[in-house]
Write a new protein. Structure first.
Length: 75
């Protein structure tokens, strides 16, 4: 299962490896569920991860090896 995680892109609450560790998160205390999305990036043969927090209020925080983006969801 850990080998699968190394290549996993998606919402962390959908990965059974972590049980319920990533379910029902509310980082800002607004009563809305927040989710963490992990994206795998191939940077010339090396795999890096970027993470995005999708806040229930529509705000987005993206942290990657390339940038830090804070703003409204484009969805």
């Amino acid at each position: 299962m850990l080998d699968f995680y190394r290549f996993y892109s998606g919402y962390m609450d959908e990965l059974a490896l972590f049980d319920s560790k990533y379910e029902d998160l509310d980082f800002v205390g607004d009563g809305k569920s927040d989710r963490i999305y992990r994206n795998l990036i191939d940077t010339g043969g090396k795999l890096d991860s970027s993470y995005r927090i999708d806040f229930g209020n529509g705000e987005v925080l993206e942290i990657s090896v390339f940038l830090l983006y804070i703003g409204r969801s484009m969805k």
